[in-house]
Ligand binder design. Structure first.
Ligand SMILES: Cc1cc2nc3c(=O)[nH]c(=O)nc-3n(C[C@H](O)[C@H](O)[C@H](O)COP(=O)(O)O)c2cc1C
Length: 211
């Protein structure tokens, strides 16, 4: 049994990389990690030539990884929310799976999928939902989704997400940096790590039962 883990982050120490790895390590299955930011994968051109051939005409790195995913039993995909959707690096990958969905043939159909999204809004879960939607549209069997608030980039400059609120607190004697650090949401804490490992174990047992 083989699985593929994909992270669409370009960040060192990215949560998508850590969480996807935690899930796959806990599964006990053999897996390969793919870091999309190290590859050159452009978005879909919409030329529709793949509707005749089932193969994308673009000569970039998508062709190098697509067979690995087709041959895998499971795909764990993790990526961060950028401006209300999955980041562009991840989006480009999923756009290109359009080339795998013609003439009623779906080479990813039935593969187990786990969608990992880093979303600040724990109700909308835009990145997680996008990944899940793309897995389902490829007829994959999504067995779990996992969402974490991820690294809150706005806190790095010291203002926090809501810069206006930061200025209000400045008048109360707190520097914006102090306020931002005090209000910084917890990122991938102990409970979340346990949950990720639980999902990984479940993946391992489903794959074991499929043997
Ligand atoms: C340019 C940029 C835009 C972002 N926009 C959002 C956003 O709209 N919503 C959100 O929840 N997080 C947003 N984030 C935060 C990322 O989703 C977060 O840092 C996440 O941890 C990134 O995934 P990674 O840790 O795997 O790199 C943004 C981050 C960057 C760098």
């Amino acid at each position: 049994m083989k699985a593929v883990g994909i992270s669409s982050s370009g960040r060192k120490g990215a949560y998508s990389k850590i969480i996807v790895r935690d899930i796959l390590d806990a599964s006990g299955v053999t897996y390969e990690m793919i870091h999309l930011a190290e590859l050159n994968i452009r978005g879909c051109l919409g030329c529709l030539k793949c509707t005749r051939t089932g193969t994308c005409v673009q000569k970039d790195d998508f062709g190098k990884i697509v067979d690995k995913i087709i041959l895998a039993d499971a795909l764990v995909f993790g990526g961060g929310n950028y401006y209300g959707t999955l980041n562009a690096i991840g989006h480009a990958f999923w756009e290109r799976t359009f080339s795998l969905r013609h003439k009623c043939a779906f080479p990813l159909a039935g593969k187990l999928g786990i969608a990992v999204g880093l979303d600040r809004d724990q109700e909308k879960k835009e990145a997680t939902s996008f990944i899940e939607m793309m897995m389902r549209s490829n007829h994959m069997a999504v067995i779990a989704t996992f969402t974490d608030p991820g690294h809150q980039q706005c806190y790095d400059c010291g203002c926090g997400h809501d810069c206006v609120v930061g200025n209000v607190y400045k008048h109360m004697g707190l520097t914006t940096r102090e306020l931002a650090q005090a209000n910084r949401p917890e990122e991938y804490g102990i409970e979340a790590q346990k949950k990720a490992k639980g999902i990984g174990k479940m993946l391992g047992s489903i794959l074991e039962n499929q043997r």
